[in-house]
Design a protein around this ligand. Structure first.
Ligand code: FES
Length: 674
């Protein structure tokens, strides 16, 4: 059907299937990639919001036939770097942009609100943005930015001070309110995330995954799939030229489950299909016939550790463990006036970064296997790909584009290796994008913990003994679960003094989703349990929660929970002292609120939790960067720390500028994007 519409002030006429989603037409046919896709064309995330005759609509749910003769505005039509809309300016200045993947949709919803209501209340702003999900900012900065834009559009000064550009600073750059180096591109829709980068002749990959939690792959028949329309290549485990594994990232996880082996979680990959279109690749995957022999499965650690438990691996269901013991434990409990026994459990947690796992692979001009995708560790991904393809690492290149959030999830090398395999076997440019459902099913999750405590303390409020047992559920595969006990154990005692310690943590296989990195890797679950237990104990002892922690904090000369003296600077006492007045003020405010609401059902309370955190994996933590002076007077700084939305690029440029004593604009950061 031929149809016309007004797009960002320009008349567009095109021949198009009227049923196609407007989102796909904008992104794929018209190359307007500022509008994003975060869900499966279900209108769930709001990233695809555009204005249709001034009304915000989900372009993923809008058939393009509906826009005939009407006006569409996308983020590209809102403002340009030289002429930003006040909303775009405010988003930059108020730190409302982090990874930026939600930003275009958020801006369009905000614009629609301000066009119809020039003086919205905070509640109206929140309501107008309620359908736009953001995984990075926590929303407060976004709402403040919209409030600031309201003032500017009315020609008023907003009360909250905006931030100044770092380049305006003469004084220290580190610690200043630097604007992000990437925010203008993010608010104008110019940032190119992996899915926004196209290649001519690009073909599409799809993954066939096990539908069972635990099953032996008895046979794979690809004959029908190979004959399916558009299918270019089917890849199974026997087509992997090198190691069918993910190296030390996940020491027992195959890239593809071979015939005769067991798939150990729902979503375990069995085959890859490359086809001319995404739909053809999906149909090809559905046409593969896999014969499974289903096996019994377990989901929780008690079952997996129990007598007669389903053996998931020949060596048993424990992956790794870590133990620490010092002092006279039984004596410590005997000297205690109160002994508390508690068990805490946490659940699997999904990162749900707004940008799904999206990659583009191709052969570069030198014939190198090249993969573009968001990750934390492009250099490690290069190594895993090279090992799977039996290539020299020099024959593989990984490029990290701006990334729409990760929180640890995109550390998984699997999609990189899979994309490289598809390029290797086809010689074509291949796009692999997980569906949101697939991302939920197959991406790594935060490890669920069972944490059991026995804690003893004397009546005067001092901790004496701690017995801690942590069982971390690493799911069907290692996925870095090998490192978890170390983090889990360290965090299970926190920055507190004990006379005696007996702690043990283990990673346990189940048939749940594979574990992996998630903010705070391995620590928050233990911290949550410990701090809850300390509150329980403080209450039993009649101690104030913050005072109880102050009494038991470690200092510079203490023996730590891990049994060695605290050698490095610490600062927990200073933190507690700094927080206490605010804590007391909040306690008073909550008590006053509750007194006023004596008849109501809402109550306020104040909580406090402390933590310590171990950095890095075992071994030394070596971090380096290099700088050189370019002929034009800029400093070129080589730095491999990747920015997946958290602002590393800005922070690294700030640190380099301060160290070199030059304005930030004089620093050119060469990162994994290049
Ligand atoms: Fe909103 Fe990242 S800034 S999802």
């Amino acid at each position: 059907m031929k149809l016309g519409f007004l797009l960002n002030g320009e008349n567009v006429t095109m021949e198009v299937d009227p049923a196609r989603p407007l989102l796909d037409v904008l992104r794929l046919d018209l190359a307007l990639t500022g509008t994003k896709q975060g869900c499966d064309h279900e209108g769930e995330c709001g990233a695809c919001t555009v204005l249709l005759d001034g009304v915000p609509v989900r372009s993923c749910l809008t058939p393009v036939g509906k826009v005939a003769g009407r006006e569409i505005i996308t983020v590209e039509g809102l403002g340009t770097p030289d002429a930003l809309h006040p909303l775009q300016e405010a988003f930059i200045e108020y730190g409302a942009v982090q990874c930026g993947f939600c930003t275009p949709g958020m801006l369009m919803s905000a614009k629609a609100l301000l066009d119809r209501e020039p003086d919205p209340s905070r509640e109206e702003i929140v309501e107008a943005l309620a359908g736009n999900l953001c995984r990075c900012t926590g929303y407060s900065a976004i709402v403040e930015a919209v409030q600031a834009a309201v003032c500017r559009l009315r020609g008023e000064d907003e009360e909250t001070a905006g931030q100044e550009g770092a380049d305006a600073y003469c004084g220290p750059i580190v610690g200043g309110n630097a604007l992000r180096t990437d925010s203008i591109d993010k608010v104008t829709g110019r940032t190119k995330y992996a899915e926004d980068i196209m290649k001519p002749g690009m073909v599409f990959g799809c993954v066939l995954r096990s539908p069972h939690h635990h099953a032996r792959v008895a046979a794979i028949d690809v004959s029908e799939a190979e004959a399916a329309e558009g299918v270019i290549r089917i890849i199974t485990a026997e087509d992997i030229p090198g190691e069918n594994g993910l190296g030390d990232y996940s020491r027992d996880e195959p890239v593809l489950t071979p015939v005769g082996e067991t798939a150990k979680m729902k979503g375990a990959p069995v085959a890859l299909v490359v086809a001319g279109t995404a739909d053809q690749a999906r149909a090809g995957a559905e046409a593969i016939e896999v014969t499974y022999e289903r096996l019994p499965h377990v989901f929780d650690v008690e079952e997996a550790l129990g007598e007669g438990a389903v053996p998931i691996y020949e060596g048993g269901n424990v992956l790794t463990s870590e133990a620490e013991a010092h002092g006279d434990l039984e004596g410590g409990f005997e000297r205690s006036d109160v002994v508390l026994e508690m068990t805490y459990r946490t659940a699997f947690q999904e990162h749900a970064a707004l940008e799904r796992e999206a990659l583009l692979g191709y052969l570069d001009g030198a014939g190198r296997i090249t993969v573009i995708g968001g990750t934390h560790e492009p250099h490690w991904q290069q190594g895993y790909i090279a090992a799977a393809l039996a290539l020299d690492p020099e024959e593989v290149r990984v490029i990290m584009p701006p990334t729409g959030g990760s929180f640890g999830g995109k550390q998984d090398p699997w999609p990189f290796v899979a994309t490289a395999l598809m390029v290797y076997h086809t010689g074509r440019s291949v796009r692999l994008v997980y569906t949101r459902q697939e991302s939920f099913d197959a991406s790594p999750k935060r490890h669920p913990y069972r944490v059991r405590y026995r804690l003893g303390a004397t009546r005067d409020g001092y901790l004496r003994a701690i017995h801690a047992r942590v069982d971390a559920n690493t799911g069907g595969y290692d996925g870095h679960g090998q490192y978890i006990p170390n983090y889990a154990l360290t965090a299970s005692g926190g920055p507190y003094r004990y006379e005696a310690v007996d702690a043990y943590a283990q990673s346990v296989y189940t048939n749940g989703p594979k574990g992996g990195q998630f903010r705070g890797f391995g620590s928050p679950q233990s911290m949550f349990a410990l701090e809850c237990a300390l509150d329980e104990l403080a209450e039993q002892l009649g101690e104030d929660p913050i005072g109880f922690r102050m009494k038991n904090r470690i200092d510079q000369d203490s023996i730590s929970y891990l049994g060695y003296p605290v050698a490095e600077s610490l600062g927990y006492r200073e933190v507690l002292e700094a927080i206490e007045p605010h804590y007391r003020a909040l306690e008073e405010a909550a008590a006053a609120f509750n007194a006023r609401q004596a008849e109501g059902s809402v109550r306020q309370a104040v909580g406090f939790a402390g933590m310590w955190y171990r950095f890095g994996k075992s071994g030394s933590l070596r971090i380096e960067a290099h700088a050189e002076l370019a002929e034009d007077g800029h400093f070129v700084v080589y730095c491999s720390a990747p920015d997946y939305g958290q602002g590393t690029n800005t922070a690294m440029a700030q640190m380099a500028a301060e160290a070199l004593g030059v304005p930030r604009a004089s620093v050119f950061l060469l990162i994994a994007t290049h």
